[in-house]
Design a protein around this ligand. Sequence first.
Ligand SMILES: [Zn+2]
Ligand SMILES: [Zn+2]
Length: 259
Amino acid sequence: MIQHEEYLLQKDTKKTSIKQIFLTNKTTSSNLSVLNGFQSITPIIVSAIEQLTSRQYLYSLTLISWLKVLDSVEPLLKHSCAWCPYCYQVWREQGEVIYIPLLWLIENVKFCPQHRILLENTCPYCHQRMLNFCQPGYCSHCGEWLGQRKPPLNLATYFSSVEYLENYQRNISCLQELIAITPSLSKRPQIQDVYLYLHERCVHLDEEGLKDLSFSFWIRSHLISNPQRCNHAYRPGISLDFLSEIVRCFNITPSQLFL
Ligand SMILES: [Zn+2]
Ligand SMILES: [Zn+2]
């Protein structure tokens, strides 16, 4: 017996079925977001696929675990699939599995962290954007192989200041670690975990100490003075920027915060 079978069999026409997600509107961002991210039916869909495939822990291939931490209002996932041609090429030459890492689909991620080249989203042969559900490594329209070695870029030229570049790289490292630790989480992280950590770290700081924290105004006004207000109703999540700022300010890793 599959739970939530209405999503599979399209019994309830008001609900999005898995079939709809896979077969219709294949280029819409919402479908990418349904399976990988932050929509309310994502856990249901993933659970159904786990049952259908007899594979556990498929949720760790998605961002579901961070639903109660990151701000879902942000456009977290890209509108269409993106890829690193260098990664594809190396994986094929080395006989490795060719797949689409979750990191590539996240809106903030513009470059391959490993090869420092721009992630691509348009086929260099037919100039079309990939359908969301395509065979990794191949164009979903013309079928051409998308892998290619390219020289690394000087990322500094893409950012208006060193500060922006460092901020970008911090955010990406933070994202990489969030994705990496997902299978090791004993429970789904909650935004209160973050607030509690901040409260414990900051409640004893005086005005002078708080001044060193660039987000101190936020803590001062909403967290330290009103820690009891830090609940779901008050604020559903924090931005990736803010999370990575916490990591930087307190010199911790996301693992130390959530594991
Ligand atoms: Zn790469
Ligand atoms: Zn193509």
